[in-house]
Design a protein around this ligand. Structure first.
Ligand SMILES: [Zn+2]
Length: 132
């Protein structure tokens, strides 16, 4: 399916959509405000430039599109399929559960007690020295 360029009259967002040729002139919902957007037609009154093999209307913002979202550079190798570093940001690791927090607290307490016991029995912990 070819890529067509659409312009939202409401918010002036310009975006691209992959569509079958027979549906290329049908309105597409704007990804920003969800209103119907018209296809930008390459007429004699619209100046186009070609960058990276795609026609771009002038002024060319220099932006690229990835899965309908605007990005500053095209997707290159080294990313997961269909993913773009500016869009697919890894989710943060899940927060520690209450049980994990409790377990960590307990472990710290055990270490603290053990350190206290060593200091009490053997005096302050000194740096280990090799006497040989
Ligand atoms: Zn819009």
């Amino acid at each position: 399916m070819p890529i067509y360029e659409y312009l939202c009259d409401q918010c002036e967002r310009r975006f691209e959509a992959l569509r079958p040729i027979r549906e290329s002139s049908d309105p597409v919902p704007c990804p920003q405000c969800f209103r119907d957007s018209k296809r930008m037609m390459p007429t004699s009154f619209t100046a186009f430039t070609v960058r990276d093999g795609y026609p771009r209307s002038i002024p060319d913002t220099g932006k690229y599109y990835h899965l309908g979202k605007e990005v500053s550079k095209p997707v290159t190798g080294g990313v997961r399929i269909n993913e773009h570093e500016e869009i697919n940001i890894d989710e943060p690791a899940p927060a520690e559960t209450k049980a994990e927090k409790e377990a960590m607290k307990e472990r710290r307490a055990v270490v603290k007690n053990e350190m206290a016991r060593i200091e009490r029995d053997d005096g302050p912990v000194k740096e280990w020295k090799d006497d040989s």
